[in-house]
Design a protein around this ligand. Structure first.
Ligand code: HEM
Length: 437
């Protein structure tokens, strides 16, 4: 790793830490809203937390692609320069976003609530990232492993969906509210498909590296996985527009597709587990554990998504904490676990001493246990508030709070424990970054 890459990796981990700390503060300020609303307003904290989380995932996904290509000597020099300038600009843009948030200068749309002009900077950076990647691809003799194709597809479609997500900046798209909301929700849904392509590509790469079996990235299953992921990217947004007036078949097709992709991912990870000898497993134990954790989270989110896909249930749960459980269950449980597994591999975290490994493992267990409680309590809060709204007719924010408050207490406390778990393991990643000269 060179200095710039080390700094970018540090930056990504700072975003993760930021997201965790802000998440915990947001959760408690939600509960004590009346007392803290003047100092810790939700409308300021929420976008800060969500942006830090999304930028951790997107920066982490791009970093993994850049770093895994490192061994490749075919990368043209001009491609590297474009990439390096883009990396610097990307980090500056994110810092500018947070400065705006601190001064309560908002704009944009859901999940991207910063002033619209900053999107232009981010767009330029992503074009730079894509130029680097496709120049690399052009010169790459070994173009066929599925992860190479998945990374490229994810990068390209992130670019497309990011543009789509910003169409609201053109007056015509704002003329009808319905039109604007449809495009927004659609773009956000497809964007998740785009970063999943990048991150699932990384998980495939990791499986190849840990097992030493290149076939994993060439066999029929991985090709089907790629095409399913691609179809997902094109159509899974259907379930993001559930509450808008569309045909039912679109929602059902979208849901069916997103679930088949998950089932296949579980299947690929299980196949990988079976072929792995004890020795190999032990050599990359930390990365292996993160991958297995992601499999577990795919499984749990699959069950939740199955329930959420039933229209009669979705009608009540849409927009409640059940949706938040789905969003955080996937971004923390699946995306972040794969990214951490990949960083653990890149930064050789497995080389730490046995005693430190035990502490790391304790942190890992704290994260997993608290995440399960965190996730279940969010679902409980969502179900209670859906019941109140539909059966008891309670619609106001203030009156909903008392009955869901217990679940939210559990959620916030579990979030605090999750933060502690992460605080135990993240220093090892920082040490790994400093050592990776
Ligand atoms: C890696 C860590 C995390 C990631 C990637 C993450 C991701 C997200 C995302 C994507 C959302 C938006 C959900 C939606 O709009 O449906 C969100 C909302 C939220 N997160 Fe997190 N989160 C993380 C950690 C935490 C932690 C530790 C807490 C602490 C309890 C927390 C508390 C919250 C709260 C309170 C919201 C707002 C929920 C609402 O609007 O009702 N998050 N998070």
């Amino acid at each position: 790793m060179d200095k710039l890459e080390r700094n970018y990796t540090r930056f990504a981990f700072i975003l993760l830490l930021f997201s965790l700390v802000l998440g915990v503060i947001t959760a408690f300020s939600f509960i004590f809203h009346e007392h803290v609303k003047d100092y810790l307003p939700l409308q300021q904290l929420r976008p800060m937390h969500v942006s830090a989380a999304l930028f951790w995932i997107i920066s982490g996904a791009s970093l993994n692609i850049f770093l895994h290509n490192q061994k490749d000597k075919t990368i043209p020099k001009n491609a590297l320069s474009i990439r390096n300038v883009s990396i610097v600009l990307w980090q500056i843009s994110i810092v500018v976003i947070f400065i705006h948030y601190i001064f309560k200068q908002f704009g944009g749309r859901e999940y991207w609530e910063f002033p619209g002009w900053i999107s232009l900077l981010l767009l330029l950076c992503w074009i730079g990232f894509c130029s680097y990647y496709f120049l690399f691809w052009k010169n790459e003799p070994n173009k066929r492993p599925q992860y190479i194709i998945m990374w490229g597809t994810g990068m390209l479609f992130f670019l497309i969906t990011f543009i789509e997500q910003n169409l609201w900046q053109i007056t015509w798209f704002r003329e009808s509210f319905l039109q604007e909301v449809t495009i927004q929700w659609k773009a956000n849904g497809s964007m998740v498909g785009a970063w999943n392509q990048m991150i699932y590509g990384t998980s495939l790469y990791l499986m190849v590296q840990i097992s030493g079996k290149k076939e994993i990235a060439f066999d029929k299953k991985s090709i089907v996985f790629y095409f399913l992921g691609f179809t997902n990217l094109l159509f899974n947004w259907g379930h993001h527009i559930y509450n808008l007036p569309t045909n039912n078949w679109m929602r059902h097709v979208a849901y069916a597709i997103s679930m088949t992709e998950w089932i296949l991912l579980i299947n690929i990870i299980q196949g990988f587990k079976k072929t792995l000898s004890e020795t190999l497993r032990f050599k990359q134990l930390i990365s292996y554990r993160f991958l297995i954790a992601s499999e577990f989270w795919v499984f749990l989110n699959l069950i939740l998504a199955l329930f959420m896909s039933i229209p009669a249930i979705n009608r009540y749960t849409h927009g409640t904490h059940v949706t938040v459980a789905h969003a955080m269950g996937t971004t923390i449980g699946i995306n972040s676990m794969i990214l951490l597994g990949s960083f653990a591999y890149l930064l050789k975290i497995d080389n730490i001493q046995m005693k430190q490994k035990k502490l790391f493992h304790a942190g890992f267990i704290i994260i997993q246990v608290s995440l399960v409680i965190f996730w279940l309590s969010l679902i409980a809060a969502g179900v209670f508030s859906a019941y109140e709204q539909t059966h008891l007719g309670i619609k106001t924010y203030a009156s909903i709070i008392p009955s869901v408050v217990t679940s939210l207490y559990v959620f916030a406390t579990a979030g605090l424990f999750m933060l502690i778990g992460f605080a135990i393991i993240i220093p090892y990643f920082f040490k790994g970054i400093s050592k990776s000269k």
